[in-house]
Design a protein around this ligand. Structure first.
Ligand SMILES: O=C(O)CCC(=O)C(=O)O
Ligand SMILES: [Fe+2]
Length: 279
């Protein structure tokens, strides 16, 4: 598919897409499997179940545990949303952002820093095993579009479209972005989603998924699974992104404006010093 076709058919209409095998030939899919992470980073302590959970484990021990799961009713916790290049910076040279996530306006110095700069090169790592489930049905922050690359194992995704009134609330910074904790997508969400059509898909190694801005989603695995995921902003979601971010972070643009002022002040001081010195 051409970049232009992706733009008009999927980005602008916010339509989910799976590109089967699109990433098979990349270095990450070829080399980053469980064994790679276990042997290279086995003794590194990493957060389990998200950065805010306060739970840490050595990566090697986590991988051993998820390999040992036999019964889906006793799954391991999801090792999720680990910021890959903040944790393992040297891996960055072996990874190229998937083409669907380029251009990414979050990488432009013109838009400034969001989330303290951690979204500039937004790539997260997810590990899970039989019976592990992403803890919430949610919409990704601030209307960012998302991509997922399945590295090993299979992963089931559920996606539901949002309603116009939910999106309006999200723009105003009012809506909940998450629904439920530990919900079982196929049996317990009918009250919430009513007859909204659910898209179900299973990612296999090498597949690339596009999860558009404003779609509810969650995931589940039935085997050891390794996934990379990230989020991005470009022309089709910039307005919703900046408006909803601003609603929740009212001091953000003032801070950005101050920063710009401060840096131009420094620049003008340096320039006038240089002029005086070399006159
Ligand atoms: O389980 C996954 O790979 C996707 C998780 C997800 O939707 C997220 O981190 O926002
Ligand atoms: Fe998500």
């Amino acid at each position: 598919m051409s970049r232009k076709a992706f733009q008009t058919k999927y980005l602008e209409t916010r339509t989910p897409l799976v590109l089967r095998g699109a990433m098979t030939d990349t270095a990450a899919v070829a080399h980053w499997d469980m064994e790679f992470f276990a042997s290279r980073y086995g003794s590194q302590r990493v957060p389990i179940d998200g950065i805010r959970s306060g739970l840490f484990m050595e990566l090697g021990e986590y991988i051993e545990r998820l390999r040992a799961v036999r019964d889906e009713t006793e799954p391991v916790l999801y090792m999720r949303n680990l910021l890959l290049f903040e944790t393992f910076p040297e891996l960055r040279q072996d990874f190229a952002m998937p083409w669907i996530a380029q251009p990414n306006w979050l990488q432009s110095p013109l838009v400034g820093d969001y989330s303290g700069g951690s979204w500039r090169y937004w790539v997260e790592l997810f590990l899970s095993g039989p019976g592990s489930r992403f803890p919430t049905v949610h919409i990704d922050p601030y209307f960012t579009h998302a991509w997922s690359i399945q590295l090993s194992g299979r992963k089931d995704f559920w996606l539901w479209p949002s309603l116009a009134e939910e999106r309006e609330k999200m723009r105003a910074g009012e809506a909940p972005w998450q629904h439920g904790n530990e919900v079982k997508p196929d049996t317990e969400l009918s009250d919430f989603f009513g007859d909204r059509e659910c898209y179900r898909l299973t990612l296999e190694p090498g597949d690339l998924a596009f999860i558009p801005a404003g779609w509810w989603h969650t995931t589940e695995t039935h085997e050891a699974s390794l996934t990379l995921g990230g989020n991005f902003v470009e022309s089709s979601n910039w307005f919703d992104f900046s408006r909803s971010y601003q609603s929740r972070n009212p001091t953000h643009s003032r801070r950005q404006a101050l920063k710009r002022k401060a840096s131009s002040l420094v620049a003008s001081r340096v320039l006038s010093w240089a002029q005086r010195r070399y006159r």
